[in-house]
Design a protein around this ligand. Sequence first.
Ligand SMILES: Cc1cc2nc3c(=O)[nH]c(=O)nc-3n(C[C@H](O)[C@H](O)[C@H](O)COP(=O)(O)O)c2cc1C
Length: 373
Amino acid sequence: MLRIGDLQLRTNLLLAPIAGYCDLAFRTICREWGGVGLACTDLLSPQGLLRGTATSLDLARTNDFDKPVGMQLYGSDPDIMAQGAHWAVEHGASVVDINMGCPVDKVTKKDGGSKLLTDLPRAAKIVERVSRELERLGPSPTTGSPVPLTAKIRLCWHTADFLEGRACSPGLACMLADAGVKAVTVHGRTTEDKFAGTVRLEGIARVVESVAGRIPVIGNGDVRSPHDAERMLRLTGCSGVMIGRGALATPWIFRDVWWHLGHVGLAPTDGPPTPRPAPPDEAHVLACLRRFFDLMREYRDDRYAVFQINRRVSWFARSLQRELPNGKLESIKPFKEAVRTAGTPSQVYDALDRFAAGELRGGVDSPDPAGAL
Ligand SMILES: Cc1cc2nc3c(=O)[nH]c(=O)nc-3n(C[C@H](O)[C@H](O)[C@H](O)COP(=O)(O)O)c2cc1C
């Protein structure tokens, strides 16, 4: 079972940070379906946290149910990162994670995210400094040990380096372990890949081989089904699997993966075999969507909740489409349009109620923007 430092996780499945998506409301619904061992906040600016800007505080919001939770920091200044880590621990982080994988210009131009893959001494310095701060803060009440530090990396910056066997990630993971990280997550793409192509499992396997069991390696990339997770574990030898985009459409994926891993002997099971969890029916998916919306209103505000549900309904809608007697999928375009264009909570609830009553179906489906991420 996956252990990060002295933090024992209930499963070896992690919800990935996805900026703009994996907020407290979303983490909560994933956890409610079950199977989540650790969930992470989206990337946080330590300066924003220290200044107490509303956006940073909203992004870092957590509660007792949202545990264990990783708080992910990005940046390049070791002292500021250490102060950010201090803040994170004081505000409920079970794990502090350093972002070394973000390919977005806004982050890399300031030498953070995956730019650190090109400046390994700086990456190590950040980890040493943050690690020292976490030690200085002393034991956490949950584990009796300092809050563990992790890092999320990519294979390397340039794809040619990877293809020619010069990826920095195998050496970097060892260097980070020496400097104090207790686990490393590897997204199996290069920075140049961004999110294109398919995940390079052999790159993750090289990192696993290189750290040789000193710290757990968590594999990440393109896991959208229980079989993908099994493949990731078997082909890379990694200790845990982090899932991002797969959870946006099916927040119950962790439950399903965990059952599957138990079934194929890759996860411990209690007692006699249990039946495969049934896929949620329409009523369950609608209830999940409604709960997500309610939680966003509770944790943030109506404006945020309406904005998010407008842009995210298509992800959930994929699971709401029923198969017609002719084998085709029923179009639910009117429902998606109604939620996408809703401007108030009551318009959202009205669309959900009408759909539950059998309305807002039919018509021709247009290409789904949910494929965009
Ligand atoms: C829109 C978007 C935002 C992301 N934001 C973050 C982030 O804040 N921090 C991070 O470490 N990774 C971030 N990622 C990368 C994901 O955590 C993950 O590594 C990537 O999506 C691959 O995993 P998946 O195929 O399971 O989604 C982001 C990815 C996307 C598509």
